[in-house]
Write a protein that binds this ligand. Sequence first.
Ligand code: NDP
Length: 255
Amino acid sequence: MAGMLQGKTALITGGARGIGRATALLFAQEGARVAVADMSAEGAAETVGMINAAGGQAMSIAVDVTKPDQVAAMVASTVAAFGRLDCAYNNAGIAGYQVGAAGQKTADWSEEAFDRMLSVNLKGVWLCMRSELEQMVKQGGGAIVNTGSIAGLVGLRTSSAYVASKHGVIGLTKTAALEYAENGIRVNAVCPGYIETDMTKDTMARRGTELMAMVPLRRMGTANEIAEMVCWFCSDRSSYVSGAAYNVDGGYMAT
Ligand code: NDP
């Protein structure tokens, strides 16, 4: 049986680990040729090695999504290698502890931490979308998925700029979905709850018990459970879905 993404080409940012790596592996398993992009060239190459060892086709790209030239080159080299760009997953992101803001309330964030958060999580997604949309308009269609978060839908204490960045990602997603529907491009966002990756280790160590009590399924999600949703968004099975922000959160948003 053909895979869900058989014959498609895909680009994934933040593909060196966590949700991005799990999605790259699933995409390849479902038949896509995958460009794995990340700030960590070594991690991206490791993901590519895993895909190739399993019989898939992938290439790695070193990129900092905050750098416009690098982002444009990332999309260009994907198209040069694969001929077109059917699916793009803009997933690279950082958490508060990575900008020295762990546990800080809104007024306590430094300007530097706030700017860095918005630069990676929001502007980085926009820069990627800009180059991807340009290519997809040219080729006559495609599917873009952005990683939002439950933090893109509600406020979360001590995550001020992270919450602002993820609300922004949902806004970009909806707006581009309206603008590019006429070009055959669908744009959606996946909104993960608490997922077992390096990103959540710090928070879980500090407040894990308290947070899991707020999740109806009473556990963290796995990176693969997010990858499944992204794969569906990128496949033709979701052909009438655009401008959506779907939660994969163990029921968190229903409380
Ligand atoms: P990880 O920290 O495991 O992976 C994030 C990846 O993004 C890393 O490989 C990292 O590279 C890369 N990255 C960071 N900054 C940049 C940059 N400027 N340019 C290119 N790559 C970069 O996190 P997750 O897999 O958990 O998170 C993936 C996405 O999911 C993020 O957008 C996050 O906000 C979102 N999310 C995660 C949730 C969770 O519970 N884990 C919940 C909701 C949303 P490097 O290895 O060099 O740091």
